[in-house]
Design a protein around this ligand. Structure first.
Ligand code: PFF
Length: 512
């Protein structure tokens, strides 16, 4: 018997918990600052309606029907497309390995928040708190330098992750009640404080009043679409897994719209926090599009300038990093859950043991980030996965659903058990079949051109050396693409010991 969500709200909160994460807290505000505030928000909104929501609906509804994770779901659409599901699983494994490292840095900053007590007005010291503790060299040297505080926090990160998902939907359903509501409360508190600061309105205006000239910058479009993808947690096996635990009478249309709009709302709330505090501390011009430097270098400088009271600033730091902890944890465990569901489905394994094995192995892999080279490696892996594999996976999923399967069957599945509010075919079908794949393929090509222009593969990801781009970029992409073949090989070996593959078609797999 497949595990199930205990209630509708458990599913919605878990999906929101996955979608709402560090991408909302710092990437969205950073991009809005870079690309003319409201102009970026406008494009983001359109991309979400045209590309993000249809893909999210497709993933959730197909998995609800098949009651299988990403590879199994893709397989029922088209036999040869199982590999696309495995690429999605690889994405979630690779991203969770480095997301755990960022999570560990956040935990570390949370524990170090008391240090803000003695730093009032001292922006210089605030900006080096994180850098000095992670011992980052800024390049690919320093593999022998280990930050023990990060090491400790990383172990804690994985333990927390395992504890949250050890019993699948049962524990996840309980945890997300807190990890979704607490960050919203923290953000509201911080937004109030931000809005009360003198000059805050300047920040507010910069966030919402569009600078339409920014629309001429093609990078705005590329980044907005990329952000929709990353933020909704699509192409990562997560939404397939979560959808597969739904009961047949759930309402995919309403639930998906709630998830997507909650995600956008929390991005805007985080935007208000960032823009008003930065404006209030006179640092509006310092906002960076890079999330890591915003959270660990720039924002700490703002924290020490928030008030003259060192205790107040310290409390603000605690709330800020606590908020990030609660934002990140449910995104992290959703990725492990996505991978664990896919693997245990495929090989008929005990899910709890699979989850534990994944946490241990991913934990070991993530130890690379406690070294001096950790930040540079993270930068590279993040760049390659976000610019290429995630988008490629989305395109491949859509092409399978739009061209190799009867798309109307998916639309019927989406609209099953809905009331008056249905997904219209004039919106869903063209999006899945033509508009989204075309836009996304254009985006990949654009990213490749930009990469080549920036000095060829030598120059990728902040001018890091070629060998590093090959090892931490291209090799990971190749490994992801080949993951389906690796699984095939394992199946072959296991078949000789009597293992049989689940080979159900769409019509055999479903509830109906
Ligand atoms: N959506 C998360 C964020 O915005 O931070 C990141 C993420 C989580 C991406 C889970 C993908 C995923 F499967």
């Amino acid at each position: 018997m497949r595990e199930k969500w205990s209630s509708r709200s458990a599913f919605i909160l878990a999906a929101i918990g996955s979608a709402v994460g560090l991408g909302n807290a710092w990437r969205f505000p950073g991009l809005a600052a870079k690309y003319g505030g409201g102009a970026f928000i406008f494009v983001y909104f359109i991309a979400m309606i045209i590309i993000g929501i249809p893909l999210l609906m497709m993933e959730i509804s197909v998995a609800r029907h098949t009651r299988l994770g990403a590879p199994g779901s893709m397989r029922t659409l088209r036999k040869g497309s199982e590999g696309i599901g495995w690429i999605a699983v690889s994405n979630s494994i690779f991203v969770s390995i480095y997301y755990a490292a960022v999570f560990a840095w956040i935990i570390m900053m949370f524990f170090m928040s008391y240090k803000f007590m003695g730093l009032t007005g001292n922006t210089e010291a605030a900006s080096t708190l994180w850098l000095d503790t992670v011992k980052a060299t800024g390049d690919f040297s320093g593999f022998d330098i280990i930050s023990w505080p990060v090491f400790g926090c990383l172990i804690l990160a994985w333990v927390l992750c395992y504890v949250c998902i050890r019993n699948g939907t049962t524990t996840v359903g309980k945890v997300v009640k807190f990890t979704v509501s607490l960050p919203v409360i923290c953000l509201v508190i911080m937004a109030f404080r931000g809005l009360m600061m003198p000059g805050a309105m300047e920040g507010f205006a910069k966030l919402f009043i569009p600078d339409w000239t920014a629309l001429a910058d093609s990078n705005l479009w590329v980044d907005a679409i990329g952000q929709v993808f990353y933020s909704l947690s699509t192409s990562m096996a997560v939404m397939f897994a979560y959808g597969s635990f739904l009961s047949s009478d759930s309402n995919v249309v309403t639930d998906t719209v709630i998830i997507a709009f909650a995600d956008m709302f929390i991005s805007l709330l985080a935007g208000i926090v960032m823009f008003t505090t930065m404006a209030g501390t006179g640092m509006l011009g310092d906002m960076s599009a890079s999330g890591i430097s915003t959270a660990f270098i720039i924002y700490p400088q703002a924290i020490v300038k928030i008030s003259d009271s060192s205790v107040f600033n310290m409390i603000f730091a605690f709330i800020f990093y606590f908020c990030l902890i609660t934002l990140a944890i449910d995104s992290l465990f959703s990725m492990v859950e996505g991978a664990s569901t896919a693997i245990s489905d495929k090989f008929h394994l005990n899910k709890k043991k699979t989850t534990l094995a994944l946490c241990i192995n991913e934990g070991i892999a993530s130890l690379i980030f406690v070294t001096g080279a950790g930040v540079a490696i993270l930068d590279t892996v993040d760049y390659f996965i976000n610019s290429y594999t995630l988008i490629m996976t989305g395109v491949a999923e859509m092409i399978t659903a739009g061209w190799f399967f009867k798309t109307t069957k998916i639309l019927d599945e989406i609209n099953r058990n809905t009331g008056k509010f249905k997904a219209p075919s004039w919106w869903f079908i063209p999006s899945i079949r033509i508009i989204s794949p075309a836009v996304l393929i254009g985006l990949i090509i654009w990213n490749i051109i930009t990469l080549l222009k920036s000095g060829g593969i030598y120059g990728a990801a902040d001018g890091y050396p070629l060998w590093a781009n090959i090892v931490f970029g291209w090799c990971i992409i190749i490994l992801s693409i080949m993951s389906g073949l690796i699984v095939k090989l394992v199946v072959k070996i296991r078949s000789s010991k009597g293992f049989t593959e689940d080979d159900r078609s769409w019509d055999d797999a479903g509830y109906s």
